[in-house]
Write a protein that binds this ligand. Structure first.
Ligand SMILES: Nc1nc2c(c(=O)[nH]1)N[C@H]1C(S)=C(S)[C@@H](COP(=O)(O)O)O[C@H]1N2
Ligand SMILES: [Mo]
Length: 597
C-alpha cells in the first residue's frame, strides 16, 4: 500500500445540506480567552508540580543505570588518572616526548604580540550572557518530554535516557502528564509544561546568539584572530597529550593565552566554536516538522529523535566546557585571564576583575529576573520571541511536501497520546451511537456553508498519507491517516477572497476549560499533506487519537492538529476568535500561531 495523492473532488454529487452561519457563534461563545499573567498555581489546568527523577541510562532491555553513580565512579577515575599521570611523568620516554611537544605552539606567521582585541571581549560577554537563557530554556524544553530516543518511534521502554519514571501502562497516558518541572531558577521558566514560553526564550536567544556568532566568525577571519582558535598543525594532538599529562600530574602549565593557548585549550575552544556551535544549530533545525517533512532524504536517516539526542549531547558538551573553562580561568592566574577577556589587556592589575564583576552583576540580574519577568509578562515574551524567530518559521511554511516519503512498514508501533480528552455528555452520546448524529459544520467566509455527516465525509474522495507526527514536546511517530483532503473541502465550500485563516473547533475542551481550537493559514489548506482524518493505520480513528475526525497539517507541530473536530470556520483573521492569539495553546500557554520549527 503506497500513498494516495489528492484526487479531484466531484463537488456537485456531494450531498451537502445548507447551514446557517449563525451556528458558528455557538462555537465562539464556548471559547475562553487565556490570561495575560502566569499563575503557577493554576497553570496548565492546575497540573501539579512533579520534579522527575535522577537520570537513568538504559543498559539493557529493561535495565536502567542511575547516572548519579557517575559521581563516585568519576571521582575514582580522576584519582586513578592523577596517580597514573604522576607516575608517567617520571618515565624517561615520556619526558622526552614532553620535551619534544612542550604543549603550546606559537603558530607560524602570528604576530608575537597580537593580544586580544576589545571586540573579542564584547562577543565573549554577549555569548555567555545569551548562553544562560539558551541553556536554561533548553533544559526546560527537554523535560517537557523527559526521555531521549534514537528511533523516531518513541516507543516507551526504548528511550536511552529518561529523567522520569517508566511510562505507566495506562493506554491513554498523555505526553503532557509525562512532563516534569524544574526549580524556578534552573529551568526557564521552571514550572511544569511551560514549553511554550521556554521555546520563545530558547529560539529568541538563539537568533541573537547566531547573529553574535556570525559576526564573531567574520571578524575572526578578517583580522587574523582565527590563529588564536584554529590549530594549524597536526602536532596539536601530541602537544595536547603533554598538556593533559601535566594537568593530571598537577604540574600545571603556565601558558600565555595572550599570545597562544596551550594545545588542549586550543582543541577545546576549536571544538566548541567550530564544531559544537554549528552542530547545535543544525540539530536544532533538524527537529522542525516543516523541514523534516520536506527534506525526508535527510530527516529519515537523521530522524528527529537522533538529532534531538545529539542536540542534548551538544548541550552536555557546553556544560562540561563551561565547568572546566571556568575552573581553569580561576585557578591559572585569574587576574591575568580576566584582564585578557574582560579588559583587553595583558597584566595583573585588578581592572579586568572589576569589569568582570560588573559583567557578572548583569548576568546575575538577568538570571534572577528571567523567570519572574516571564510570569508577569508572558505576552511580551510571546511577542518578542515571535518577532525574533517568526520570520524563519514563516519561511519554512512555503514548503509543500508531497506524500509518499513513508510507507506502511514505517508505521510506529506506538504513537503517544496527547491533550485533553473530550468528556461532555454530547460527545459521549455521539460516540455510543457510532457518531451517526455527528455533523461537521463548515461556515464563515465561504460561498457554501455545509454540514456533513460522517457518512457524507466518507463519500468524498479518499485521501491517504503516511506521515510523521511532531509533537512540540519532542516525541514523534509515523502513522497512516485516511480521510478527506482539505483541498476537497475547499472545493466544496468555496472560501471567499477575504477568508485568510481557518479555525478548527474541537468537541473537546482544553486543559483550562473552554473549547480547544486552532487557526491555520489558508495557504496551507491547499497543501498536499493537509487533511481531515477519520481513519488511522487502516482502522477508524480511535477515541484517544481524535474520533471521529481530526486535522493533519504536517508542516506544523502536533498541537495545531485539532482532534475531535466539531466545526471549521473561515475567517479574515484569527484575532477575532477566542483570546485572539491563534488557538487554544496560543491563548492559554503562549505558544506561537506558526510553529513550523
Ligand atoms: N482537541 C484537542 N486536540 C488536540 C490536542 C488537545 O489537547 N485537544 N492536543 C494536541 C497535541 S499537543 C498533539 S501532540 C496531538 C496529539 O495527537 P495524538 O494524541 O493523536 O497523538 O493532538 C493535538 N490535538
Ligand atoms: Mo503536542
Amino acid at each position: 500500500m503506497g500513498t494516495v495523492d489528492r484526487p479531484t473532488p466531484p463537488v456537485a454529487s456531494t450531498p451537502a445540506q445548507g447551514m446557517d452561519n449563525t451556528s458558528v457563534s455557538t462555537y465562539r461563545a464556548r471559547l475562553r480567552p487565556g490570561e495575560d499573567v502566569v499563575n503557577p498555581a493554576t497553570w496548565a489546568g492546575r497540573i501539579p508540580h512533579t520534579g522527575g527523577i535522577a537520570p537513568r541510562l538504559r543498559a539493557g532491555r529493561d535495565r536502567w543505570f542511575n547516572v548519579l553513580w557517575l559521581l563516585p565512579i568519576g571521582f575514582f577515575a580522576l584519582i586513578t588518572a592523577i596517580a597514573v599521570a604522576k607516575g608517567a611523568h617520571n618515565v624517561p620516554a615520556i619526558q622526552d616526548f614532553m620535551a619534544r611537544y612542550p604543549g603550546t605552539r606559537i603558530p607560524d606567521g602570528i604576530d608575537p604580540s597580537p593580544g586580544i582585541p576589545a571586540w573579542v571581549d564584547w562577543q565573549h560577554f554577549f555569548n555567555l550572557f545569551l548562553m544562560i537563557f539558551i541553556l536554561r530554556s533548553g533544559i526546560q524544553i527537554f523535560v517537557d518530554h523527559p526521555r531521549l530516543y534514537f528511533s523516531r518511534d518513541c516507543t516507551p521502554g526504548t528511550e536511552w535516557l529518561r529523567v522520569q519514571h517508566r511510562v505507566p501502562s495506562d493506554p491513554l497516558w498523555t505526553a503532557k502528564e509525562d512532563s516534569v518541572g524544574l526549580p524556578r531558577h534552573v529551568g526557564l521558566p521552571g514550572i511544569r509544561h511551560s514549553i511554550g514560553l521556554a521555546r520563545w526564550w530558547h529560539l529568541g536567544a538563539d537568533v541573537l546568539w547566531v547573529i553574535n556568532g556570525a559576526i564573531f566568525y567574520i571578524l575572526l577571519f578578517t583580522t587574523g584572530q582565527w590563529r588564536h582558535l584554529v590549530p594549524t598543525s597536526w602536532d596539536v594532538f601530541p602537544n595536547a597529550v603533554t598538556v593533559l599529562i601535566r594537568y593530571l600530574s598537577l604540574d600545571w602549565p603556565t601558558g600565555n593565552g595572550w599570545v597562544a593557548y596551550n594545545s588542549l585549550q586550543l582543541l577545546a575552544y576549536f571544538l566548541t566554536v567550530f564544531v559544537a556551535a554549528p552542530l547545535a544549530i543544525l540539530t536544532g533545525l533538524g527537529m522542525s516538522p516543516a523541514l523534516s517533512t520536506r527534506f525526508t532524504w535527510i530527516s529519515k536517516p537523521l530522524n528527529i529523535q537522533l538529532v534531538r539526542s545529539l542536540h542534548f549531547l551538544v548541550m552536555l558538551w557546553f556544560l562540561l566546557f563551561i565547568a572546566i573553562h571556568v575552573t581553569f580561568v580561576v585557578t591559572t592566574g585569574a587576574l591575568r585571564n580576566l584582564n585578557h577577556m574582560f579588559a583587553g589587556r595583558d597584566d595583573e592589575s585588578w581592572i579586568g576583575f572589576a569589569v568582570f564583576t560588573v559583567a557578572m552583576a548583569v548576568v546575575v540580574v538577568g538570571w534572577v529576573a528571567a523567570t519572574p519577568f516571564t510570569f508577569r509578562h508572558p505576552r511580551t515574551v510571546q511577542r518578542v520571541g515571535y518577532a525574533l524567530i517568526g520570520p524563519l518559521q514563516r519561511l519554512f511554511e512555503y514548503a509543500d511536501p508531497k506524500p509518499g516519503a513513508y510507507t506502511d512498514k514505517d508505521i510506529s508501533p506506538y504513537l503517544w497520546h496527547n491533550g485533553t480528552y473530550p468528556d461532555s455528555d454530547e460527545y459521549k452520546r455521539m460516540s455510543e451511537t457510532g457518531f451517526i448524529d455527528y455533523r461537521l459544520r463548515i461556515c464563515g467566509q465561504v460561498a457554501n456553508p455545509v454540514e456533513l455527516s460522517l457518512e457524507q465525509l466518507r463519500a468524498l474522495p479518499y485521501h491517504r498519507q503516511t506521515t510523521q507526527h511532531f509533537c512540540i514536546q519532542g516525541w514523534s511517530g509515523v502513522a497512516t491517516w485516511g480521510g478527506v483532503s482539505m483541498q476537497t473541502i475547499l472545493d466544496l465550500v468555496e472560501p471567499l477572497p477575504k477568508a485568510e485563516w481557518v479555525i478548527f473547533y474541537s468537541l473537546a475542551e482544553g486543559s483550562d476549560g473552554g473549547t480547544y481550537y486552532d487557526a491555520h493559514a489558508i495557504e496551507q489548506m491547499t497543501h498536499h499533506l493537509t487533511m481531515l482524518a477519520y481513519d488511522m493505520n487502516g482502522a477508524p480513528l480511535t477515541f484517544g487519537h481524535g474520533a471521529p475526525l481530526r486535522l493533519r497539517n504536517e508542516l506544523q507541530h502536533g498541537f495545531k492538529h485539532v482532534k475531535w473536530v466539531a466545526a471549521i470556520e473561515f475567517v479574515t483573521h484569527f484575532s477575532e476568535v477566542g483570546g485572539g492569539h491563534g488557538g487554544y495553546n496560543e491563548d492559554h500557554e503562549y505558544y506561537g500561531y506558526r510553529q513550523s520549527l
